[in-house]
Design a protein around this ligand. Sequence first.
Ligand code: MRU
Length: 362
Amino acid sequence: MNEEKGILDQETVALDEEAVAVVIIDQTKLPGKTELIRLRNAQEIWDAIYLLKVRGAPAIGVAAAFGIYVLAEQIGTKDYDAFLSEFRKQKAYLDSARPTAVNLSWALNRMEGVVTSHPKESVKEILRLLKKEAQDIKEEDIRVCRSIGEYGLGLVKPGDGILTHCNAGQLATSRYGTATAPIYLGQEKGYHFRVFADETRPLLQGARLTAYELHSAGVDVTLICDNMASMVMKNGWVNAVFVGCDRVAANGDVANKIGTSGVAVLASHYHIPFYVCAPTSTIDLSTSTGAEICIEQRPGEEVTQMWYKERMAPEGVKVFNPAFDVTDHGLISGIVTEYGVARAPYEKAFREIFRKKEGTQE
Ligand code: MRU
């Protein structure tokens, strides 16, 4: 990597066109070390997603899109049916890396659509189209996050205190982040927000990633442990909460990093608006309510010993380690998309949002 570059000058996910490899920042090493790694085979790409070397719903989608393109380049047949069959096998494998963020299957389905809608094209041409689609997914992500930032900025005022949970920042997207987009755009306008970043146990995305990227950008950010959110809210230091999400159900229930629903309950208690920032790619209308969302369970070692010099829990103790929880739509003040802010009733609001989206694509 170029040592002169700050973390926000690095691309979260990129394609090395020459080496035909996915390039990511290994986020498990942050903030201590900025290491770019190249992923070339299915196992490397799957592991990078599962082990959270690349994480955050939109970034997972972009990595999967570049990943399936890289794997498609290696298929090595000119026969369309054989190509499609192998493509689908690789796609199913990548799709199994993490279950909760819908952007993974959303991006892979979009890539598959390129193959299935061109049955008469040569495999060479399909590969060219796959590369373009993956690059488009990344470019769109940047535009979408900027737009979420603009709508989000309209919900706060200069000097406000903003609390966020986990990392829905630039490191979770291609640029700006989702929950951090209003913060970065406000920073450009001199809004001087005071941001509180929950550390986000057990994998510390808030401490290692959000506090790091906001601090690097010169934002006034204060790191707090997850159990301090109530106190900073009670003190009157928080005017709004912005969080990201991994899947939004049709009724407005939202799956996001474990601990998010607790923050929403606190915000409701202290009458603080709680906003979820969601690209439309994260809204899954085929899931009716949050109860249907598959919540990823992760190894207990993440709670008992990871990040500690010595293990901090008795050997053999039972551990419950869900990576996400569901926030009831009744606790959400608004869902900020790239087409505007959806408010309850969400079924109706999402119909409007998708109508707007389809209108801009005609
Ligand atoms: O387990 P992670 O780090 O992938 O979880 C990330 C989150 O929960 C984010 O808030 C979410 O993916 C939105 S990222 C814009």
